[in-house]
Design a protein. Structure first.
Length: 242
């Protein structure tokens, strides 16, 4: 992000989600992880409780999957039920989990109910998750690298569906647009997440919990920074248009 970009960054507009207590920062790997670290400890209790609730909701799916592997006749049915449970509940709630970390990343008031904000745009969350999964799978089939590129380009879809309440195709297109020039940053952040999670596992295993929350808040921070950059550029271009 150059000096001009930093000078044009302005607070988010209404309806776009605002950083009420987080000053603008450039959308980079270090800056995103730094903001994620700072904001994580401000909201550690709320994020921990939200994470526990998600894990509790995920238990039936894990139980059905585990049981399906041990049973022959009923195994296929349990596996199918687990798949439907994930597609219709767990996967959308992961979008809600991302939104909760986004609110923490930008300094908004965070409440447990925020993880259920996804239900305000539920079917688009379900469809967006399916579409993104299919796109990435197709990319993986074609020599893996395209799948990685697609995953980086579509990293902002969960935030756009819940935060901006975009429809499925609109969110996919917007994420592709927003990550222009930032896809490498997304990739590098994903690489950095690996040693962070491993270090959390080394720290008596339980360390993986704050490690995972840090990674999620860092990715949310990147989306927030790119949103601010985008709005600043739009504000700078507005006088020229008028």
């Amino acid at each position: 992000m150059n000096q001009t970009d930093m000078n044009t960054v302005t607070p988010p507009q209404a309806g776009m989600g605002g950083g009420r207590g987080v000053p603008p920062f450039p959308p980079g790997v270090i800056s995103s992880y730094r903001n994620g670290w700072h904001q994580l400890w401000k909201y550690i209790l709320e994020l921990f409780v939200i994470g526990l609730i998600f894990l509790f909701i995920a238990l039936p799916s894990w139980a059905m999957s585990s049981t399906a592997e041990k049973m022959e006749c009923a195994g296929a049915m349990l596996g199918f039920m687990s798949l439907i449970y994930s597609l219709l509940l767990l996967n959308p709630l992961e979008y809600g989990l991302d939104f909760a970390h986004l609110r923490a990343a930008r300094g908004d008031k965070l409440e447990i109910k925020d993880m259920f904000a996804v239900f305000q745009n539920y079917w688009h969350a379900v469809l967006a998750n399916l579409l993104v999964g299919v796109i990435i799978l197709i990319g993986v089939i074609f020599l893996i690298v395209p799948g990685i590129i697609f995953a980086c380009k579509l990293a902002f879809v969960p935030y756009l569906v819940v935060d901006r309440k975009m429809e499925t195709i609109e969110a996919v297109k917007k994420s592709w647009e927003m990550t222009r020039g930032h896809a490498v940053t997304v990739f590098l952040m994903g690489l950095l997440a690996i040693p962070i999670i491993l270090l959390g596992l080394i720290c008596l295993v339980v360390g993986v919990i704050p490690a995972a929350m840090w990674v999620q808040t860092a990715f949310a921070s990147l989306y927030h920074a790119v949103s601010l950059e985008e709005q600043g550029q739009a504000a700078a271009a507005a006088p020229a248009v008028s």
